[in-house]
Design a protein around this ligand. Structure first.
Ligand SMILES: CSCCC(=O)C(=O)COP(=O)(O)O
Ligand SMILES: [Mg+2]
Length: 236
């Protein structure tokens, strides 16, 4: 139960506003199938070169050439590694797909309805996802319900820190200018919810039927956004 009125909602994406199956069965295969060609064509561009260098650093494989680094990154997609350089490159590859109309951000209808209502009710809305900020703007910018980006006041990825560390949530609160206790964090991952609660945020978990929520979790759990009283930071 939150003690101060909630002024902002911070939401995860995969498993919370969009299905895990959309990310795993649509977005990841799209990026994986284009990764090698994308790296071959764009390896000299600064943002791509930086991501490739960061991947080599993370893997402690400074010897890898661009093609070998693309193979390493493809293996990371298969492992669902939430590695920042992989997430940066995925966003760049998805951009073509969204802009050409091949990809459409698949956002749950209850999310569109409730985010719109919460915004109209004066709450500020933010995103915090392992997907890059570019990927976040794309998934919400090119959705099956139109461009939802006007709903959001800001986006955060793991450049601010790991989603499993309380310090990341404290940094987000400081950046958006609210006290942690004025922020409600929504996620399907109870470890992320633990970190946000340790930072002082109100938390609600989403059980969309795709992950096993630990039965002993102490976070309130809902199956969709309709069951959330965002201003109270509790289950409706
Ligand atoms: C931003 S859409 C792509 C989602 C993605 O790549 C990802 O890793 C999502 O992780 P989340 O933190 O939103 O569960
Ligand atoms: Mg998630």
């Amino acid at each position: 139960m939150s003690t101060s009125p909630i002024r902002a909602v911070l939401t995860d994406i995969e498993g919370t506003t969009s299905s895990i199956s959309f990310v795993k069965d649509v977005l990841f295969p799209y990026a994986r199938s284009r990764l090698k060609d994308f790296v071959a064509e764009h390896a000299a561009e600064p943002a791509v070169a930086e991501a490739l260098a960061e991947a080599r650093d993370l893997a402690k494989r400074p010897d890898l050439n661009a093609e070998e680094t693309a193979e390493l990154l493809a293996a990371w997609i298969d492992e669902d590694r939430k590695a920042k350089p992989l997430k940066s490159l995925q966003g760049m590859i998805w951009e073509d797909g969204y802009r050409s109309g091949v990809l459409k951000g698949d956002i749950y209808p209850d999310v569109v309805e409730k985010l719109t209502a919460w915004k109209a009710d004066g709450l500020s809305l933010y995103v915090y996802s392992s997907g890059s900020v570019l990927a976040q703007k794309l998934i919400f910018g090119f959705t099956n319900a139109g461009d939802l980006t006007p709903l959001f006041s800001g986006y955060f990825d793991t450049a601010i820190g790991s989603k499993l560390e309380a310090s990341s949530y404290i940094a987000i609160a400081a950046e958006i200018g609210f006290s942690p206790s004025e922020i409600l964090f929504l996620s399907d991952n109870t470890k992320e919810l633990d970190a946000a609660r340790d930072a002082g945020m109100a938390t609600i978990g989403l059980d969309r039927g795709e992950v096993v929520i630990p039965p002993d979790t102490t976070h309130p759990i809902v199956t969709d956004f309709n069951a959330i009283d965002a201003k109270a930071g509790t289950v409706a």
